[in-house]
Design a protein around this ligand. Structure first.
Ligand SMILES: [Zn+2]
Length: 288
């Protein structure tokens, strides 16, 4: 199988703000500039699909998920999801497919940005519903964030102005390692549910809740989730005081779950949450 190598998305590397600095507190975020103060293109780091676009007071943001697992700079094979921000113009909509190396967005100043640049984050695994969360430092960051320099390689001919003080692998140095987390679920795979999920139904008699994001038909018995291990949270993911799971409220589901069965047709898997076996969609699951 041909594996795409995930690549740094600009032909000139010029990193102006790195991990855990300033507005990136607690986040593996990079601010990227191109050749100069002008606006350069940001290219798709892999072949993927736009999964979410936010166009609000905090700027224009794209969540871009690889169509297939890609070969990462650290030798792992995984789906990746990239987040790009500050473009001045919305160039894509959800569902658009962009091939590796094609124009995805551009530097800009929309949202909280000083000077033209692009804010990038990389997540291991597929897009997680919601896209981002507020971390302890109050900074929004992508779910399942990883260090971009461990996952994106630098094509050998690239020009480097500022590498952000990070070590980057060149494309020619990247090779597949044995340890493979492919994000394709099989019986025995270990998964986490890392998102914040809105409760769409509650069954008091079952002490269980159901979420649209986790099941196509949440009201079916086998889609209900044991409420016992669930933590009720607010939209920012902070645990609520009352911990009474009501319809319309949000939950987190902590734990690592073993996949007991997979239904390829509906792309769903069976896991045991608390005392209840539940079918959930594969998409929100992150293989770990
Ligand atoms: Zn930034």
């Amino acid at each position: 199988m041909f594996l795409e190598k995930a690549k740094y998305p600009m032909p000139t590397m010029n990193i102006t703000q790195g991990y855990n600095q300033g507005t990136h507190a607690g986040a593996y975020a990079l601010d990227m500039k191109g050749e100069d103060q002008g606006i350069d293109w940001v290219l798709a780091p892999f072949t993927g699909v736009i999964r979410k676009v936010d166009n609000a007071s905090y700027g224009i943001w794209y969540w871009f998920e690889s169509l297939e697992p890609v070969l990462c700079a650290n030798g792992q094979q995984s789906y990746l999801t990239a987040l790009f921000g500050h473009d001045n113009k919305q160039r894509h909509k959800v569902g658009d497919i962009i091939k590796q190396g094609e124009r995805l967005c551009a530097e800009g100043t929309s949202g909280n940005a000083t000077g033209n640049h692009c804010h990038m984050e990389i997540a291991r695994g597929r897009f997680v519903t919601g896209g981002w969360y507020k971390n302890k430092q109050g900074v929004y960051m992508i779910y399942n964030a990883v260090r971009p320099n461990e996952y994106l390689c630098l094509p050998d001919a690239y020009r480097v102005i500022n590498d952000g003080g990070l070590s980057w692998k060149k494309e020619s140095q990247v090779a597949l390692q044995n340890e493979v987390i492919d994000q394709v679920l099989h019986v025995g795979s270990k998964v986490e549910l890392r998102g914040i999920y809105k409760i769409s139904a509650v069954s008091a008699s079952k002490n269980a809740v159901a979420c649209n994001e986790l099941a196509d038909t949440p009201f079916l018995d086998y889609n209900y989730i044991d409420a016992t291990p669930c933590i009720e949270v607010d939209k920012q993911g902070v645990a609520t005081k009352d911990q009474v799971c009501d319809t319309g409220h949000f939950i987190k589901i902590p734990g690592v779950f073993t996949v007991l069965a997979v239904d390829k047709e509906s792309n769903a898997c069976k896991i045991k949450i608390g005392n209840r076996e539940t079918w959930v969609k594969c998409e929100p699951c992150t293989e770990v």
